[in-house]
Design a protein around this ligand. Structure first.
Ligand code: ADP
Ligand code: MG
Ligand code: ZN
Length: 507
């Protein structure tokens, strides 16, 4: 007899329904798994055989064939252990066949315990979309799966417990549904940063529209200090955004078992030794999302940008443009989302003190140019806000007059983001940084004066078309912070001012 058991796999960060067909027939005892299984799926046979025996069942001395369908999908990882085991026990009539709309996911230990799996959230979403009603998952992943309120999620500890549930002897209580809530993380506050009003304003604009920022200033001017406080002013995450990012974390195995979804925007700050694969994702054995995908809908902070490997920084170019990263593997290519806000910090020159009032810098023009060339033109072009950071005056530091709190700034950021959400509702675009050229024509109306200013700046600064679009998006955000629908020349003027490096004036 053939037992058909539903399961699910992962391609990139998407779940993919898989049907596990288990056939018992006469002939010499044999156990085959077919349907493009990789090595870890083939090893399922040994784990399933051991788990069946160690949990007091009988391993059928027949010819067992397991087919994982669809055949063209490459099956990876050990998560098919559980459906295979259930298939074997059902086909040999040791367990009743579960209903058509049940789905099983999980890796087994030799004793028959379920081990935590990666990617359960996207698999649960895919199962739901395929019409599954009951999902059996490892206990540790139950909270993650319970995000889908349409599913009944059964947390499974081990095989005997599951068997008692399926026979109706001792039902396992279903996992309560998870309700999403955003949370503001207490922590570092902008109130600690004296002065630096210009930089804070730029960071507020960046947070409001999710624009990319580069801070340039001497050591000790507070660049790292400012960047580390960004999470405190980022807008609240929506359910949709959190789901997108949580799927990435699920696949990377980074979701905590208690909190199945991200409650606030990610802030990733990789070390400058990070490899291109570490940033972009991929890997030869098990594919893994990189830092740029873990920062999806949040911030990627590269402190001391010129210290980063050039090949690593260059992999950012395509994702910065497309909002997705394409990873190639032997089994094919797939994409991870990567719509992040890039925040970089760097010194103005090799010694760090170019433009410092102390006059300490004695770098030559050539050495300064060489230093800045480490950041390629195309990268600079993609950064919306170029922000000079100068050292704060001693008086300002000494005064210790508490500056505006992060909470006050965040209230303005949230209001500006709310305007964007209302304007772009139903388009899949969350904020101004994600506007497509077509949407920009519709949603970035300029006053006649603003238009004139834009045209003038375009000629005078010799801007690229890309820089032009970026200025327009930033101006859109500045208008949103001001609560205005039309973009005025004041908004455009402020946006242009943040393109200091296009003007190629040394700071
Ligand atoms: N505007 C400021 N207000 C208060 N403290 C500051 C300010 N700027 C710098 N500092 C102090 O100087 C330290 C060094 O700043 P940091 O952010 O590491 O500078 P950078 O990254 O630019 O080299 C901070 O940890 C902080 O104690
Ligand atoms: Mg620093
Ligand atoms: Zn110098």
């Amino acid at each position: 007899m053939v037992a058909n058991i539903h399961s699910c796999g992962i391609v990139g960060i998407q779940g993919q329904p898989v049907l596990c067909q288990c056939d018992l027939s006469g002939g010499l005892p044999q156990f085959d798994v077919v349907g493009l299984p990789d090595a870890s799926v083939k090893e399922s046979r040994d784990r399933v055989r051991a788990a069946v025996k160690n949990c007091g069942f009988e391993f059928p001395q027949r010819r067992i064939t397991v087919n994982l369908a669809p055949g063209e999908l490459k099956k990876e990882g050990p998560i098919y252990d559980l459906p295979i085991l259930v298939g074997v026990l059902c086909a040999s009539k040791q367990l009743p066949l579960p209903p058509e709309d049940a789905c099983f996911i999980g890796e087994l230990s030799l004793e028959g315990r379920l081990r935590p799996a990666t990617g359960v959230l996207p698999m649960a979403l895919a199962a739901r979309d395929a019409g599954i009603k009951t999902l059996y998952v490892p206990e540790d992943n139950a909270a993650e799966a319970s995000v889908c309120e349409e599913l009944t999620v059964i947390p499974v500890r081990d095989v005997p417990q599951l068997a008692a549930h399926l026979t109706g002897e001792v039902p396992i209580p279903a996992q309560p549904c998870y309700t999403f809530a955003t949370q503001w993380q207490e922590g570092l506050d902008f109130a600690d940063v004296m002065g630096q009003e210009m930089v804070k304003r730029a960071l507020e604009i960046a947070a409001a529209g999710s624009h990319h920022v580069l801070m340039i200033g001497p050591p000790g001017s507070g660049k790292s200090m400012l960047a580390k406080r960004l999470p405190s002013i980022l807008p609240d995450m929506t359910l949709e955004e959190s789901l997108e990012t949580s799927k990435v974390y699920s696949v990377a195995g980074l979701l905590e078992s208690g909190t199945p979804m991200l409650q606030s925007r990610p802030f990733r700050s990789p070390h400058h030794t990070v490899s291109p694969v570490g940033l972009a994702g991929g890997g030869s054995t098990r594919p893994r999302p990189g830092e740029i995908s873990l920062a999806h809908n949040g911030v990627l902070f590269l402190d001391e940008l010129p210290e980063f490997r050039r090949d690593a920084v260059e992999v950012l170019r395509q994702p910065l443009e497309d909002g997705v990263v394409t990873v190639s593997r032997i089994s094919g290519t797939f994409t991870y989302p990567s719509q992040f806000m890039l925040v970089c910090a760097m010194n103005p020159c090799k010694c760090g003190y170019f433009g410092h009032p102390s006059g300490r810098c004695n770098c030559t023009d050539q050495s300064i140019r060489n230093y800045r060339k480490r950041i390629s033109g195309p990268m600079l072009d993609r950064i919306d806000l170029h922000v000079p950071v100068s050292s704060v005056a001693y008086d300002q530091l000494r005064e210790r007059k508490p500056a505006e709190s992060s909470e006050a700034i965040r209230a303005r950021v949230n209001a500006a983001r709310e305007r964007q959400r209302a304007r772009y509702a139903g388009t899949g675009v969350h904020c101004n940084a994600q506007l497509t050229p077509g949407m920009m024509r519709e949603h970035c109306p300029l006053t006649p004066e603003a238009q004139q200013l834009m045209a003038g700046a375009f000629d005078r600064l010799g801007l690229s078309a890309r820089a032009h679009d970026r200025i327009l998006k930033v101006a859109r955000t500045i208008a949103d912070l001001a609560g205005e629908e039309r973009i005025s020349h004041m908004h455009v003027a402020e946006a242009i001012q943040y393109r200091s490096l296009d003007r190629d004036t040394l700071l």
